[in-house]
Design a protein. Structure first.
Length: 338
């Protein structure tokens, strides 16, 4: 993804603020880099960059199978068809903070760093909340986000909510499919959901060779224990003979504190997600589109004599190909054959 760019207005270095510029610049850069290492964006989304106003994401239906044509037979002429498509337009995001002249005069470096830290935290937190907001609200077509409750279209390319029980086929050659199920997390539920993903078809009904490898959960001790019991032991949990577990050491577990659950939810009923990370990358499943990384400029406000730091970025995100990820919401009620 695009990194942070910090520019200082001419004259700042010659002012009382000059000595604070480089330490704060370095501090901001380090805080952003540290956060990105643990970001759900880099672990769950296909990250792309653009120099355009918007980008269109699509896919093609599969090519017909090879045919037995006999000796000297003609080559079959099978074609492709464009699948559903999704246009993602990066939005503009802004924020600012100030360093007073008195802070610099009194050597309040720690306080200045606190303000810079809150600035970078707000930037990173907003991105994470936006990314997880799409997962939290993925069974709806729209998401209200931010203090001004701006409405975002979070449908997939097929115009259905990301998580739906009736995703259609663009060709009409196959029936509807579901990536929205209703089982509490357990060893058996994980096996059933994995099987359901492995049976996903393309728009012509061909198996896609899905290989789910990622579990995404909220930061709740009750579900973390269940998940790591299921994927971290070489025997099946809670069995008398501790027989072999084929789930052992096969899964990448991603934990996010921004994933939501309903008030009063009880143990074993947290929502969770399963993803095929390779399919997500190869087919632009969940897309994070970066137009402009965080760009920060610093200047002196002549009315207050404060050093103002303004940050601006342009990014957007939306689901494209729903097959990359499944949501399992126990509140939905069981709709998966056992």
């Amino acid at each position: 993804m695009a990194g942070v760019v910090i520019s200082k207005a001419s004259g700042v270095n010659d002012s009382v603020f000059g000595k604070s510029q480089e330490p704060l610049k370095l501090y901001v850069e380090q805080q952003i880099e540290a956060f990105e290492q643990h970001s759900i964006i880099s672990n769950v989304y296909y990250e792309d960059e653009t120099s355009n106003f918007a980008e269109k994401y699509s896919y093609e239906t599969s090519l017909g199978d090879f045919e037995a044509v006999g000796e000297g037979g003609a080559y079959p002429r099978n074609g492709f068809q464009e699948g559903f498509s999704k246009v993602i337009e990066p939005d503009e995001w802004k924020n600012s903070f100030e360093i007073t002249q008195q802070m610099v005069e009194d050597g309040k470096i720690g306080k200045m760093q606190q303000r810079a830290g809150q600035f970078t935290l707000a930037y990173n937190r907003g991105r994470e909340k936006f990314a997880t907001g799409i997962l939290n609200n993925g069974s709806s077509a729209k998401m209200a986000f931010g203090p001004n409750n701006k409405i975002f279209d979070i449908t997939a390319a097929d115009k259905k909510p990301l998580f739906a029980v009736d995703h259609p086929s663009v060709t009409g050659n196959y029936g509807t499919q579901s990536n929205y199920f209703g089982l509490p997390f357990s060893y058996d539920a994980m096996a059933l959901v994995e099987e359901a993903m492995q049976n996903f078809r393309d728009d012509d009904g061909n198996l896609l060779n899905m290989m789910p490898d990622t579990i995404i959960i909220p930061n709740k001790a009750r579900i973390k224990k269940l998940v790591f019991d299921a994927v971290g032991a070489d025997g099946i949990p809670n069995t008398g003979n501790n027989s072999f577990s084929y789930q052992y050491d096969r899964w990448n577990v991603i934990i996010s504190p921004y994933l939501e659950n309903a008030n009063g939810i009880t143990s074993g009923t947290d929502s969770w997600f399963m993803m095929d990370s390779q399919f997500n990358q190869n087919n632009s499943g969940l897309v994070w589109l970066e137009r402009l990384g965080l760009t920060v400029k610093s200047y002196i406000d002549e009315n207050t004599d404060n050093n103002v730091w303004k940050g601006r970025a342009r990014f957007g995100a939306a689901p494209n190909n729903w097959r990359a990820i499944v949501k399992v919401d126990p509140g939905l009620g069981s709709n998966l054959g056992q």
